[in-house]
Design a protein around this ligand. Structure first.
Ligand code: AMP
Length: 415
């Protein structure tokens, strides 16, 4: 790292069958290369690779596992045809998105053997996500053994929640002995947009009451009071809270034992239905994609309209609840695929909230995918669309962790 006027951070986000990556020069926060691999381990996978917004590759090929996917990406980064760096030594740090840190980590950490073991212990808390994250970490350690890896956790930002927010009214031993509590997810996204929101308002982050709506295929909402999360809608798992693409959000847990008996469902089957076959997909009977549902609703499909109405109603209900918990709101933020792009859905959620001091300006709201204030001049609450940038948070955090590690080493030497 010494003597260079740049520090490149390779950000890796491994999902169960996908991998997203960005190579970021953290000195000027420029994205040097980015892309994604989807359908890993299926017969044909998709590989997309871009450099500074130029499409270099969009191809289909066989990619058997995550290690092969990472290797493929790294080879492209140093290739003579599409490369952007000379060799792997030009990657200073790898920043990994990790979904679940349990209560173990409230901040980002340098990944050691002990950390990997702790993540493995947390697999039972996030069986759908953590295994892929661990595979990504192990593959990156094998391919770049001399490069430090930093873990940035989706749950970490929410660790500032007070006990009255994160405890469920369930047997206390379930919390003490089994880790049953609210953890919250999308932490890096809520962190990025709330901090960015404070910057846009030119106000001190620690002075603001903010509600952040991350509305994507997975959706969650967070209340941030003076820099601390005081509540968030996802819970022990990402199932709780808002209605999502394929997850139901809040519903009566009594339904589970009833329907398992009625329809003779196994634990695996009910888990699959709640994670992959519920939400607006189930309500609309069409799709989990809000673009398709909106089109169908406009064409007169009643169930599609109902799916949109129920989704918006739930978001509105949480905004009201969080406004009450916060004792007022300075800033309301929309982000992620739906929050950034779905003009009609934002308008529907924000309709008739004048009582809460929220007034939308329909013209300003008519934007997609860019930072914008969408509230009217007369609105007491400022409402913004802020495109999320989880990769940038991961890169910034990774740099911070390594700088702190270096500082500690120097202090130890000088002792
Ligand atoms: P994300 O999980 O943040 O990538 O968001 C994905 C979701 O964003 C998809 O389910 C889409 O339904 C939704 N989305 C993306 N673009 C639009 C748009 N222009 N209008 C409505 N929904 C959109």
């Amino acid at each position: 790292m010494e003597g260079k006027d740049y520090m490149n951070i390779f950000v890796l986000n491994c999902g169960s069958s996908s991998l997203k990556f960005q190579l970021i020069n953290i000195e000027n926060e420029e994205v040097i290369a980015n892309g994604l691999v989807e359908k890993i381990s299926e017969s044909i996978s998709d590989f997309k690779y871009y450099t500074k917004n130029k499409v270099e590759l969009e191809i289909k090929m066989e990619i058997p596992d995550h290690k092969n996917a990472i290797q493929l990406v790294l080879e492209r980064l140093i290739s003579s045809e599409h490369g952007v760096i000379n060799d792997f030594d030009d990657i200073d740090i790898v920043g990994h998105r990790v979904v679940h840190a349990g209560e173990k980590f409230s901040g980002s950490v340098l990944i050691t053997k002990e950390v990997i073991n702790a993540l493995k212990e947390n697999i039972k808390l996030a069986p759908l996500h953590n295994p892929a994250n661990i595979v990504g970490i192990e593959a990156s350690k094998k391919l770049m053994p001399n490069t430090p890896d930093v873990g940035i956790f989706d749950t970490a930002f929410h660790q500032s929640m007070p006990k009255e927010s994160y405890l469920y009214a369930l047997p206390y031993q379930w919390y003490q002995e089994n880790g049953v509590r609210r953890y919250g997810f999308h932490g890096t996204s809520h962190k990025y947009v709330t901090e960015r929101g404070a910057e846009l308002l030119k106000k001190d982050y620690d002075s603001l009451k903010i509600i952040s709506c991350h509305l994507g295929n997975g959706a969650s909402i967070a209340a941030v009071d003076q820099g601390r999360v005081i509540d968030t809608s996802m819970g022990f798992t990402p199932l709780e809270g808002l209605v999502m693409g394929t997850r139901p959000g809040d519903f009566d847990p009594g339904i589970i034992s009833y329907i398992m008996q009625e329809r003779n469902l196994s634990i695996e089957e009910i888990d699959e239905i709640l994670n992959k076959e519920s939400g607006v997909l189930a309500l609309s009977g069409i799709s989990n994609d809000f673009r398709e549902i909106s089109e169908a609703a406009e064409a007169g499909n009643d169930r599609a309209q109902l799916a949109l109405d129920i989704f918006c109603r739930r978001v509105k209900k949480y905004i009201g609840a969080y406004a009450a918990l916060l004792g007022g709101v300075d800033l309301l933020i929309f982000t992620a695929g739906i929050g950034e792009n779905a003009v009609n859905i934002r308008a529907k959620i924000l309709a008739e909230l004048e009582y809460f001091g929220i007034i939308i300006d329909p013209e300003k709201n008519n934007i997609q995918g860019k930072e914008a204030k969408i509230s009217a001049k007369t609105s007491i609450v400022d409402v913004y669309v802020i495109p999320t940038n989880e990769e940038l948070v991961i890169a910034r955090e990774a740099k911070k962790v390594i700088e702190q590690e270096i500082e500690t080493i120097i202090k130890d030497i000088l002792k």
